[in-house]
Design a protein around this ligand. Structure first.
Ligand code: FES
Ligand code: FES
Length: 212
């Protein structure tokens, strides 16, 4: 079959001045594609509509809060959790994202001295708050008593839950819920350890609370 038989009769004849050569066609198409892909061609002139993200920009807010004694002012999407603020904006990755749904306690931090699940706490609601994370407990090389107790009692295996357990232990002691093993268990029950270090975790909280 000849090549001519594949071409429409409306097409300029191959080789005429107005007929793009195969080489020119591929080159111009590739350049056009690259320009569109790189975002240099913008707006409705190309696709007839604005990109969805631009049309529905998420509302954001500025929030000023103190984390581990240092003041921060950040602008965040209103849906940002305190955990995301700490990990993704302030680079404080000690607080861990386990369930991200308030069920495991791996993200526990202190806000104005009280324990919270930072995955369930909206950052924009913390204007003026004082936040303490695991990174803020030690004083230089000197571990916080709860951190030291976890080391002494060998109260962790994989360590993933440990920052949240330690922060919860600090809160538990500050709240005065350390009168018995059972009371510590009850008030630490929001913190899950998949490795099953509970016996040693309770011993560590008892040690830090001065019961051992
Ligand atoms: Fe927050 Fe599990 S990550 S409770
Ligand atoms: Fe591994 Fe607690 S030490 S989950």
């Amino acid at each position: 079959m000849s090549t001519e038989s594949l071409e429409s009769s409306d097409s300029p004849p191959a080789g005429s001045a107005s007929a793009p050569s195969r080489r020119t066609f591929i080159a111009t198409t590739a350049v056009g594609g690259a320009v569109v892909a790189s975002g240099l061609v913008m707006g409705p002139s190309v696709f007839g509509a604005e990109p969805a993200e631009a049309a529905e920009a998420s509302p954001s807010s500025r929030v000023s809060l103190t984390v581990n004694g240092k003041r921060h002012t950040v602008t965040v999407d209103n849906r940002t959790s305190l955990l995301e603020l700490l990990r993704e904006h302030l680079d404080l990755t000690g607080s861990k994202k386990g369930c991200n749904a308030g069920a495991c306690g791996a993200c526990t931090v202190l806000v104005d001295g009280r324990r919270v699940n930072s995955c369930l706490t909206l950052a924009v609601r913390l204007e003026g708050a004082e936040v303490t994370t695991i990174e803020g407990l030690a004083k230089g090389d000197r571990l916080h008593p709860v951190q030291q107790a976890f080391v002494d009692q060998d109260a962790f295996q994989c360590g993933y839950c440990t920052p949240g357990q330690i922060m919860s232990g600090v809160g538990c002691i500050q709240e005065g819920h350390t009168h018995s093993e059972d009371e510590i268990r009850e008030w630490m029950s929001g913190n899950i350890c998949r490795c099953g270090c509970y016996v040693k975790i309770v011993r560590a909280v008892e040690q830090a609370a001065g019961r051992k």
